[in-house]
Design a protein around this ligand. Structure first.
Ligand code: FES
Ligand code: FE
Length: 451
C-alpha cells in the first residue's frame, strides 16, 4: 500500500496538478487508504438519529457503515458487514431497530454491535462458537461537533476538535449561530455522477470564478441576484466585501461578507431575509460583530476536508462518496436552524430541491462540466498534460481577525491550491506524525514541503 509517489503530482507554489490524480486506479486506492482511512469523515447529523436504536446507513470512502444511537445516547458506528460470510447486515437507509439480522444465515447483532444469536448454534456449532469474538467491526473513533457526527478509522488520528482546528471559527457561523443549533430536514437526495470526487470539492471550496459563467442562465432567470456584481465586480473588491479563507489543514470557506446574499438564490427572499433581521442581534451577541454582521446570512461555501460541504444561506449540506476514480455519489440535504418556523423550513427545503438538490438547476450545470473534466483524462495524450489552479498566486495574506490563508473576493483559486496541497500531504504520509499543521499563511509557508 502507499506505492504511488505523489511528490510530483501537485505543486502548491504554481497551482499545477497532474491529470493522473483524477484518473489512475493506483492513486484512487491510495486515497482510500491515506485520506478516507485517516481523516475524520462525516457520518450523520445528530438530528437524523435522535433516539436509542435509530440508525443511518452511510459510507466512509467505499466502506459502508452503520451509525447507531446507543441506549446511553452515545453514537457507535460499525462496518455494515456480517462477520460470518460478509453479507450486508442492514439494507435499509435508516430506521430504528433493536437488532440487525443478516438475511443470509440469520445471525443477529444488537445495536451495540455484539453478536446476539446464531441459528443452529447448538446443533451445528456444538455450542463451541465464541460469540464474543464475532461482533460487528466498530469504527474505532466516533465524535461530534455541534450536531455533526464524524468517524475515523485511524486510532492515531488527532482529535476531531484538533482536526477541525481554526475552521471551527467559521463553522460556528452556522452550527452555533442560534441557541438550538441545526437539523437536517427532508430525504437524502442521492445522485451518481461520472465524476472524480475531488472535482466537486475543489469547485465548491473556492471556485467563485465559474458562477457567473457556468450558471449565468440560471442566475438570470431563477434568482434575485445581481449577476454583474457577482461575476465581475468581486475581482476588484477588498476583504470587507468578499473573501476566501483556506489553508486550514485543507478546510476552507469563501464568503460574500454582506450578511444577506446567501438568500439571493431564492426567487423571493423576503421570508428568509426577515428571519435574518429578526435574529441578527441574537447572533451578534453569540458570535460577535464580524461573524454576526458580515458572515451570518452571507453566501458562504464551507468545506471540511476531504468531502463535506455546506452552504449556509442556501442551506444545503452535502457529502461526496467516491465510487472509483471516475465515479462518485453526491448526497444532499437541507440544513436549517431549529428555531426557523415550519413555513420557512419548507421554503428552504423547496429551494434546496430547486437549486442544488438531485434535480437542482445549478447541479445540472456543474455536473456536465465535472463529468467532462473527468472523462477527458482517458485520452492517452490528454492525460499527460497538466491542469492549473494558479489564479491569484502570491496575493494571499493573513487577516488580523479571520483565520486561515485569506485572499480578497469570491473569484480566486487559492483554496483549491490548498485543498490539493492537503491532498498531497495526506497521500504522502504513512501516519499522522508527518502530516503538517497550519492555520495561517505564516504557518502554511513554514510547513510547506515538510513531509
Ligand atoms: Fe450473515 Fe451468514 S453471512 S449470517
Ligand atoms: Fe456551480
Amino acid at each position: 500500500m502507499g506505492k504511488v509517489d505523489v511528490s510530483q503530482l501537485v505543486d502548491n507554489t504554481t497551482g499545477r496538478q497532474s491529470r493522473s490524480i483524477f484518473h489512475e486506479q493506483d492513486i484512487y486506492e491510495q486515497e482510500q487508504e491515506r485520506i478516507f482511512g485517516k481523516c475524520w469523515l462525516f457520518l450523520a447529523h445528530e438530528s437524523q438519529i435522535p433516539d436509542p436504536g435509530d440508525y443511518f446507513r452511510t459510507f466512509m470512502g467505499e466502506d459502508e457503515v452503520l451509525v447507531i444511537r446507543q441506549k446511553d445516547q452515545s453514537v457507535k458506528a460499525f462496518l455494515n458487514t456480517c462477520t460470518h460470510r460478509g453479507n450486508r447486515v442492514c439494507k435499509a437507509d435508516k430506521g430504528n431497530a433493536k437488532q440487525f439480522t443478516c438475511s443470509y444465515h440469520g445471525w443477529s447483532f444488537a445495536a451495540d454491535g455484539t453478536l446476539q444469536s446464531v441459528p443452529l448454534e447448538e446443533d451445528a456449532y456444538y455450542n463451541e462458537l465464541d460469540k464474543s469474538k464475532f461482533g460487528l467491526h466498530p469504527v474505532c473513533k466516533v465524535d461530534s461537533y455541534k450536531g455533526l457526527i464524524f468517524g475515523n478509522f485511524d486510532p492515531e488520528s488527532p482529535t476531531l476538535d484538533d482536526y477541525l482546528g481554526d475552521m471551527k471559527w467559521y463553522l460556528d457561523v452556522w452550527l452555533d449561530a442560534m441557541p438550538e443549533g441545526t437539523e437536517l430536514i427532508g430525504s437524502t437526495q442521492k445522485v451518481e455522477y461520472p465524476v472524480n470526487w475531488k472535482l466537486p470539492v475543489e469547485n465548491a471550496c473556492g471556485d467563485g470564478y465559474h458562477i457567473g459563467w457556468a450558471h449565468a442562465g440560471v442566475m438570470t432567470v431563477a434568482t434575485s441576484m445581481d449577476i454583474e456584481s457577482l461575476s465581475l465586480g468581486n475581482t476588484k473588491v477588498d476583504s470587507s466585501t468578499a473573501m476566501a479563507g483556506g489553508g486550514m489543514n485543507g478546510h476552507s470557506i469563501i464568503s460574500s461578507l454582506d450578511g444577506q446574499s446567501g438568500y439571493a438564490f431564492y426567487p423571493d427572499p423576503s421570508l428568509p431575509v426577515s428571519y435574518l433581521e429578526e435574529n441578527r442581534e441574537t447572533v451578534i451577541s453569540r458570535l460577535g460583530e464580524t461573524r454576526g454582521k458580515q458572515f451570518w446570512g452571507s453566501q458562504i461555501n464551507m468545506t471540511i476536508f476531504p468531502n463535506v460541504q455546506m452552504l449556509p444561506g442556501l442551506n444545503w449540506f452535502r457529502v461526496y462518496h467516491p465510487k472509483g476514480p471516475g465515479k462518485m455519489e453526491m448526497w444532499t440535504w437541507a440544513m436549517v436552524d431549529k428555531e426557523m418556523s415550519d413555513e420557512l423550513k419548507q421554503t428552504v427545503l423547496d429551494n434546496v430541491c430547486r437549486t442544488f438538490g438531485a434535480a437542482g438547476m445549478f447541479d445540472n450545470d456543474d455536473g456536465e462540466n465535472f463529468a467532462a473534466c473527468t472523462s477527458q483524462n482517458r485520452g492517452l495524450q490528454t492525460r499527460q498534460k497538466d491542469v492549473y489552479t494558479n489564479m491569484g498566486l502570491g496575493k494571499e495574506y493573513s487577516h488580523p481577525e479571520m483565520p486561515g490563508v485569506v485572499s480578497d473576493g469570491l473569484v480566486g483559486e487559492q483554496n483549491q491550491r490548498y485543498f490539493y496541497r492537503r491532498w498531497q500531504e495526506m497521500m504522502a504520509a504513512k501516519d499522522w506524525s508527518t502530516v503538517p499543521n497550519y492555520n495561517s499563511l505564516e504557518e502554511a509557508n513554514a510547513t510547506r514541503g515538510q513531509n
